[in-house]
Design a binder for this molecule. Structure first.
Ligand code: ZN
Length: 114
């Protein structure tokens, strides 16, 4: 039996190929989005997220580039609205209307109280 490990103990060698594929899928999603083929872009985002969730991989650079509710590829100012209100960044998906809020520029301690 293989040794039991926590998901945090995975080596980057295990995750690198997954991340590579996720980034490739997002590059395709961007291309389709730019070409106005939103459903095609959505399919790529869905596929990429499925791979990320399967191995519990986080890709910080893709944060905010897709809608967590409807999997649409989001581009600020095009199909997403970004507003700042009282140090809280409010991002809205203009495809489905989902809203995500996130505190910015607030120290960690304070952030937890919000
Ligand atoms: Zn959405």
């Amino acid at each position: 039996m293989p040794p039991v490990r926590s998901y945090k103990q995975r080596s980057s060698r295990e995750l690198a190929p997954v991340k590579e594929e996720v980034l490739r899928l997002f590059a395709e999603a961007k291309a389709f989005h730019d070409a106005g083929k939103k459903e095609y872009a959505r399919r790529r985002v869905t596929a990429a997220r499925r791979r990320m969730m399967k191995v519990q991989l986080r890709v910080p650079e893709l944060e905010g580039k897709y809608c967590r509710a409807c999997n649409a590829y989001l581009e600020a100012g095009v199909n997403a609205t970004t507003r700042l209100k009282n140090s809280i960044m409010i991002r809205r998906c203009n495809e489905c209307g989902a809203v995500r809020r996130r505190p910015v520029g607030v120290p960690r301690r304070l952030k937890e109280k919000l």
